[in-house]
Design a protein around this ligand. Structure first.
Ligand code: 2HG
Ligand code: ZN
Length: 459
């Protein structure tokens, strides 16, 4: 299909990034046009792949001058449709901005936006260090995308989300201006925290090109426990105790028996215990001294634990983690899911689960719920299979329930295009106005990822 962009503009893009990195043919663009869940898809006018900050700046300046909208894209495994075109934009793939420079003395790294989490982890491991944010999509998720979505992952209970790791940044504004703050000073109060603002901005305020991130020492010892419990309320009680009494706590993840069955079927894994349990909690502790003993001691005191399995060596720990980590791929293999990523106050988690199941039983009897998530933050991934692709009545019902619990409609995946209509459930009118003012100031032409976070026109 012939692209709609004028030839002169395409020639300028080619001059900026190299002709072979301006993709126009249908089959070349296709991998950049559909998201990983297959739920979100749109046609790009072109895909461009700058190799460095300078080329990225040229691309944005050209698009700004021509009034052409831009969709920044990293690994394209975000789950809210924020990195694929809605129709007619230029997709700017950041994947070629891939480099890691570890500073082992300061325990930091300068990382290109297109670097995958796994590449960063491997580079850091060479120095006995690691990156504090970890998640199952490590092989595809890029650092730029993780900043853009303020990704959380499985270690937030110990280290916080992306926002807590970013010490400095370089980003390109809508008109091509490059702004840089890479000093990483431990104390800095001279004006606004622009790097913090970019965390969670989803490519709507600027395009991140490099980040300076903190690294942490790899804990010498780790221990994992998988627990089978009778209810979510019991799991919440265990997590509350762990948070209070186990300083080495690194992760506390929850899943349910039907999700476990789906994962086992998909991945061919054996039963973790002889008998099933309604709820499973996967706990990891890590420290400079072996935390296995204290983990077992704290868990022995916890009420409501039916069965438990412990692992200390790396292979066994990975084996237990697979039951939790493989949920996303198992869900995707079973259909095109509606995915909601919500959080509620931990004290309300069990009541939320009861009401969620009641809502679905009443309004969506044919749908299949696969629920799992990060229990220490009461961050639940509500995956729904069997719903019509564009029918959002159930999504709205779930998000309204979350709002009634004073929770968040997006805990760690971002708003993307999937949740723009529900943003006012989590944000006040005053907050939304302030956000729109920031957006208008930094992106006056509205070319940066339009339709993401905010609906194209205010509702
Ligand atoms: C996870 O926690 C990711 O594994 C993906 O955030 C969640 O697939 C999901 O809904
Ligand atoms: Zn998650």
């Amino acid at each position: 299909m012939k692209p709609e962009l004028p030839d002169a503009f395409l020639c300028s893009l080619a001059a900026a990034v190299g002709e072979q990195h301006v993709l126009l043919a249908d089959d070349e663009r296709a991998p950049y046009e559909m998201d990983w869940t297959r739920r979100f898809q749109g046609r790009a006018a072109a895909v461009v792949r700058p190799a460095d900050t300078r080329a990225l700046s040229d691309v944005l300046r050209l698009c700004f001058e021509a009034g052409v909208a831009v969709v920044p894209q990293g690994g394209n495994t975000g789950l809210v449709g924020g990195s694929v075109p809605r129709g007619g934009e230029v997709v700017v793939s950041l994947r070629r901005l891939s480099h890691v420079d570890v500073d082992p003395v300061e325990e930091r790294a300068v990382v290109g936006a297109g670097t995958t989490l796994q590449q960063l982890q491997e580079a850091a491991a060479g120095h006995g260090l690691t990156f504090a944010v970890d998640m199952a999509s490590r092989g595809s998720a890029t650092l730029g995308g993780m900043v853009a979505t303020n990704a959380g992952g499985v270690h937030v209970v110990r280290y916080g989300p992306m926002r807590s790791q970013v010490l400095g940044f370089e980003a390109v504004l809508a008109d091509g201006t490059v702004i840089t703050r890479m000093t990483g000073l431990a104390k800095e109060s001279a004006g606004y925290d622009l790097g913090g603002l970019l965390c969670g901005s989803e490519g709507t305020l600027a395009v991140v090109s490099r980040v300076l991130v903190r690294l942490v020492p790899v804990p010498r010892y780790a221990a994992v426990a998988l627990l089978g419990l009778g209810s979510l309320a019991a799991a919440v009680e265990v997590v509350t105790t762990l948070r209070r009494e186990l300083p080495s706590l690194l992760a506390a993840e929850v899943f349910f028996d039907d999700g476990l069955a789906l994962v086992r079927e998909h991945a061919g894994l054996p039963r973790p215990f002889d008998r099933p349990h309604p709820v499973y909690l996967l706990v990891e502790a890590a420290d400079e001294a072996d935390p296995a003993g204290e983990l077992a001691t704290v868990l022995a005191k916890a009420p409501g634990v039916g069965d438990s399995a412990f692992a200390t060596d790396s292979r066994e720990r990975t084996r237990l983690w697979a039951y939790r980590e493989r949920h996303t791929e198992a869900v995707n293999a079973a259909g095109v899911p509606h995915k909601l990523d919500v959080s509620v106050p931990l004290a309300a988690a069990a009541a939320f689960e009861v009401e969620l199941r009641a809502l679905l039983a009443k309004e969506a009897a044919g749908a299949r719920l696969v629920l799992f998530g990060h229990l220490a933050e009461a961050n639940f991934h509500v995956n729904l299979l069997g719903l019509p692709r564009d029918d959002e009545r159930i999504d709205r019902g779930v998000l309204e329930l979350v709002a009634a619990f004073e929770g968040s409609i997006s805990s760690e995946h971002g708003v993307g295009v999937a949740k723009t209509r529900y943003l006012q459930l989590s944000r006040t009118e005053g907050e939304l106005q302030a956000m729109r003012a920031i957006k208008a100031a930094l992106d006056p032409g509205g070319i940066l990822n339009p339709g993401v976070i905010f609906t194209a026109t205010p509702e």
